[in-house]
Design a protein around this ligand. Sequence first.
Ligand code: GLY
Length: 366
Amino acid sequence: MTTIQTVPVALGERSYDVRIGPGLIADAGAHLAPLLKRPRVAIVTDETVAALHLPALTAALAAAGIEAAALALPAGEATKSWAELGRTVEWLIAQKVERGDLIVALGGGVIGDLAGFAAAILRRGVRFAQLPTTLLAQVDSSVGGKTGINSPQGKNLIGAFHQPSVVLADIDVLASLPERDFRAGYGEVAKYGLLGDAAFFAWLEENGPRLRDDRAALQHAVAHSVAMKADIVARDETEQGDRALLNLGHTFGHALESATGYSARLLHGEGVAIGCTLAFDLSARMGLSPQEDPSRVAAHFAAMGLPSRLADIPGDLLGADALIALMGQDKKVVEGRLRMILARGIGQAFVTDRVDMVALRAVLGG
Ligand code: GLY
């Protein structure tokens, strides 16, 4: 039998629980009521998620005597914009959301990031709850308090750290995810094994292919990923050090997403899968990690139906130098130096600004 698992995120007075399991949306009233000063919430969601899950959430809240108003934004990355942020904040003000109220973010990473940022800046900070509805949001973006929107000049360049008051990761909702979105979210699950837990990576090699059909295994994968993230965030909330490990594969991945125009050619988690393989390629070429690791990583992503090589991206891609230039625009550039996450082996990632540019060009096919 599956039960609800609770992973605490230990951040002093900003501590909160991540609850993971089935039926959490159906039981949202009981989970949210203790946080409310009055029986009322404002829900921010997107049109796709609203059609699938909003009636269940509002019914669950109503059953607990909690009134809910909802704003459904267009689905998709383009919603993480100044325009939609402004619209959301103005809607929250029009709903008379007060400082003591709770905003509920119901959706994937886009909604969680935008609604969290709106909560951070409304009345200098209102509390919010994350109800993540994608695998990617459950294992990564809903936990840890990174909120924000995109600038025309780059992803996530505008934002704030604002921790949620609770995260309810209902694994039942993952059944409604399109196959490709589920797989892309899995890229972030595998990332945890690769960055810090070789035994978890080995477990995923064995169990990854059945996660979609095995709820207990899926819950274990989500809970283990969240526990690893909670541990890192508790050590380094604002990314002064270790938290950067969570960006394994992301400097490559963001450059590839930018090179493909943030389009359906490459989803974020797919870019992360290719980026993780490239990070292990680069680590092996620099003599840091075993030579067999890159093919083991690539084989696992391929077994999961994920791209793992640059050649897996459909259409023509930019050359090595253009990709390196895009990598240089990443937020992780410090004093002009590229900072990357490399590895001494599976489960042993580390942060470095000593990147061998010849080896980097070579792994990018240059
Ligand atoms: N997604 C990376 C982080 O939360 O730090």
